[in-house]
Every structure is written in C-alpha cells, then in structure tokens.
Design a binder for this molecule. Structure first.
Ligand code: KIV
Ligand code: NA
Length: 264
C-alpha cells in the first residue's frame, strides 16, 4: 500500500471514516505504529517535553526536530508524516513560515507540516499551502501560547465558542487540509467538525471529531505521574520497563547474567 496523502484524509471524511493519529519521534515506535495501522504520525514539538526533557514546548528548535522527522520518515512507508513547526519558527510572517516549512520538507523529508494558531496564522497557512506543502492547523488550546492563555486550560467555553469557530473557518479558508482541536468542549468540537469540509483531529475534544490524536508516551503509559483528563493509557510501559530494568540490575549484581548461552 502506498503512503497516505493529505487528500486521502479529506476523502476519508467524505466517507465518514474516523482515524487515529499518534506522535512519534524515533524509528522503533514509528515502525510499530505503522504496523498497527496508524495512518498519520506527528513528529510533534511535544518532543520538547517527551524527548528532550524541557518543561514546555517552547525551547525545542527546528534543528532539534529535523533528525527526529528523518528517523520517522525512514522507518515507515505507509503513514503520512507531519512535522510540527516549533515556537519561533513561523510567527514572524508568511516568509519565515514558508522558509521553515521548506526546511522540514527538504531536510526532514516529511509530507506535511503543522503549526499552531487560527486567524493569527492564516497568512502563514496560505503561503505554505500555496508552495505545495500540506498544512495541518492546530487551534483551541495551543501549548506554544500557554503564557498568554494562562496555562493548560480548556478553550472555547461559553461565548468563546465563536472564537474557536472563527479560527476553524479561517484555517480551512486559508487552505489547511486538517485541523487539530485541543482541549475544547465536546459540543464545540462537534459543531466545528460539522461545519468544516476538512477533518478535525481531537485531543481533549470529545468523541465527535473525525480523528483522535494522543502523545504516544501518554497513550502507552511510558510517562508516569499526573496525566491530563483526556489521556487514556492503553498500556503500562513505565511499569514494564521499570520491572525489566530492575531484573537486569539484580541479575548483573547477583552474577546471574550473562550465562554460558550469552557467551562466545
Ligand atoms: O506536539 C504535539 O504532540 C501535538 C499534538 C498533541 C497534537 O501538537
Ligand atoms: Na505540537
């Protein structure tokens, strides 16, 4: 089967098909997610937290992300790989945004890019899409703007629903092929999904979006500690890896590993 294209995802919406998306930042997870049938992998700027150990997504750079994008692309032949434009790489305007997006396509080898914002970045979306690069938008709660948004908070409650709708219409009009809706009320996500011809991808946006995305370390329970309410853990990789490591530690300390079978 050939690689998924942005237009396939719009066609899937026309057929009423729902689809899953995950983040990936390395070859092994990318290959596993491809095998499991994930049609879209996002090399998210959430690598800032989940790979590089920063507190927020703000510090991660284009140069940090491009090698991860290359790894995910090299490891797969089926999913559409989306590269996430990090904070500071597109806000100055359409020219900067296009320059960064071109780097992701040429140096990263990905098939689409994502950026955060609604009406504020419509011109950036138009410029990137106009150059032949599919754009995934991201509205509602946008982590790169957490300092003005006042932390991780649901967006679009009450009268603010119209703001989310206006952003959704603006990114679609600017040519985005899909839009992530992060932490918006389920009813608002449902309305946006109904209004737009392009697929909506929910994270903390309820069951009525066209697609769902999670950060893979959250989905698989590799990250420990307090998790946002919208996360469902499908495995306990933190527990599994902890236990494996403890056994390795004990066997090395106890002289039980290696044995003859591991020895040349
Ligand atoms: O960077 C990321 O992981 C994301 C998704 C959660 C949509 O932007
Ligand atoms: Na992101």
């Amino acid at each position: 089967t050939r690689r998924v294209r942005a237009r396939d995802l719009v066609a899937a919406k026309e057929r009423g098909e729902r689809w899953p998306m995950l983040t990936s930042y390395d070859q092994y997870t990318a290959a596993i997610f491809e095998q499991a049938g994930i049609p879209v992998l996002l090399v998210g700027d959430s690598a800032s937290n989940n790979v590089f150990g920063h507190e927020t997504t703000l510090p991660v750079t284009v140069d940090n992300l491009l090698p991860l994008v290359r790894a995910v692309v090299r490891a797969t032949s089926y999913p559409l790989v989306v590269g996430d434009l990090p904070f500071g790489s597109y806000e100055e305007g359409p020219a900067q945004a296009l320059r960064t997006a071109v780097r992701f396509m040429k140096e990263g080898g990905c098939h689409a890019v994502k950026l955060e914002g609604g009406r504020q970045v419509a011109e950036q979306i138009r410029a990137i899409n106009g150059a032949g690069i599919p754009v995934m938008a991201h509205i509602g709660f946008t982590p790169q703007r957490e300092h003005t948004l006042g932390g991780y908070r649901v967006q679009g409650r009450g009268d603010d629903a119209e703001e989310v709708m206006a952003d959704a219409l603006a990114v679609a009009e600017a040519g985005a092929f899909s839009v992530v809706l992060e932490m918006v009320p389920g009813e608002v996500a449902k309305r946006v999904t109904h209004e737009l011809a392009i697929p909506t991808i929910g994270i903390g946006a309820g069951p009525d979006t066209d697609a769902q995305v999670l950060v893979w370390q959250d989905m698989a329970g590799l990250r420990s500690g307090r998790m946002p309410r919208f996360v469902k853990r499908y495995a306990d990789l933190h527990g599994t890896l902890t236990e494996a490591t403890q056994r390795f530690v004990a066997e090395v300390r106890g002289g039980e590993f290696p044995t003859a079978e591991h020895t040349f």
